[in-house]
Design a protein around this ligand. Structure first.
Ligand SMILES: [Zn+2]
Length: 244
C-alpha cells in the first residue's frame, strides 16, 4: 500500500502540537463554536486553499468548494451551505473566488468528452456562449481561458444574487457579494469589483417580493431586447428601459 497518506497524519500531529504550544487554549476555544464573517465559494483546485492564501485562521471562513467555483441554483449542496452561512452564521461577506489557469475552465472550452463532469462544465460553456463575442477576439488560448475565469466569477456572483436565500437576507440586513480571481503565478487575488449588496443589482425578473414588500424595480434599468424584422433580416437591439 502506498504510505504517502502517513505524511498527513504526522503533519496533523505537528499542527496540533504547534497550536497548543502557541496557545494552550487554542482548541478548547475553537470547540466552543464558530462565528465566521465570510463564506468562501472557491474552486476545488488543490492550489487555492482559502485560509492559506488569505492568511486567515480556523474559524474565520466558512468554505464551499467545487470544480470551477460554480453557483448552480439547483445544487442542493451549495444551497444548503449558503443557507446555513447566511441564515444561521450570519456571514457579512460572500466571496466567489475563481483562479487563473483553472482546469475546469480550460476543459469547458474544448469539445473533448470527459464523461459525467461535462454536465457540470456545461454551466461554464453557457458563460462562454453568453460572452463569446468578447472571448473570440482573444487569440491566445490561455488569455482567453483567464478572461473566461473572470467572466465565470462575475456570472456566479450574479447567480448568488438571484437566490431566495441572499435576497431574504438583503430584506433584513447588509450582505455583500464579491467576485475575486486568484493568480497561481503570483499568489495574488484580483478583486473584480463586482460587489452586489441589494436587489437593485439584478434584473427585475429575478427579484422576489420578500415579506410582501415590493422590490424597488422603478429605480433600476432593465435590458429589454427589441426584435425587428425587415427585408428578411432579423435584428435584435437591447434597449435600456425603466421597469414599472
Ligand atoms: Zn479551478
Amino acid at each position: 500500500m502506498d504510505k504517502s497518506y502517513q505524511k498527513l497524519i504526522q503533519g496533523n500531529k505537528l499542527y496540533a502540537e504547534t497550536k497548543i504550544f502557541q496557545d494552550p487554549e487554542y482548541f478548547s476555544n475553537l470547540s466552543k463554536g464558530q462565528t465566521p464573517n465570510y463564506l468562501w465559494i472557491g474552486c476545488s483546485d488543490s492550489r487555492v486553499p482559502a485560509n492559506e492564501i488569505t492568511s486567515t485562521h480556523s474559524g474565520e471562513i466558512f468554505v464551499h468548494r467545487n470544480i470551477a467555483n460554480l453557483v448552480v441554483h439547483t445544487d442542493t449542496n451549495l444551497l444548503s451551505v449558503l443557507e446555513y452561512a447566511v441564515k444561521y452564521l450570519e456571514v457579512k461577506h460572500i466571496i466567489v473566488c475563481g483562479h487563473y489557469g483553472c482546469g475546469g475552465i480550460k476543459a469547458a472550452m474544448t469539445n473533448t468528452y470527459h464523461g459525467f463532469v461535462d454536465n457540470w462544465l456545461r454551466n461554464i460553456k453557457d458563460v462562454y456562449h453568453k460572452n463569446q463575442e468578447e472571448l473570440l477576439v482573444i487569440k491566445d488560448e490561455d488569455d482567453r481561458a483567464n478572461r473566461l475565469s473572470e467572466l465565470n466569477v462575475i456570472e456566479q456572483v450574479r447567480n448568488l444574487a438571484k437566490t431566495t436565500i441572499v435576497q431574504e437576507a438583503w430584506s433584513k440586513r447588509k450582505l455583500h457579494l464579491h467576485g475575486w480571481v486568484y493568480g497561481l503565478k503570483d499568489g495574488l487575488v484580483k478583486d473584480l469589483s463586482v460587489i452586489h449588496d441589494g436587489q437593485k443589482d439584478i434584473d427585475s425578473i429575478y427579484r422576489f417580493n420578500i415579506n410582501g414588500t415590493k422590490a424597488k424595480a422603478t429605480e433600476v434599468k432593465s435590458a429589454v431586447p427589441v426584435v425587428k424584422l425587415s427585408q428578411n433580416r432579423v435584428t435584435i437591439k437591447t434597449k435600456q428601459r425603466r421597469v414599472k
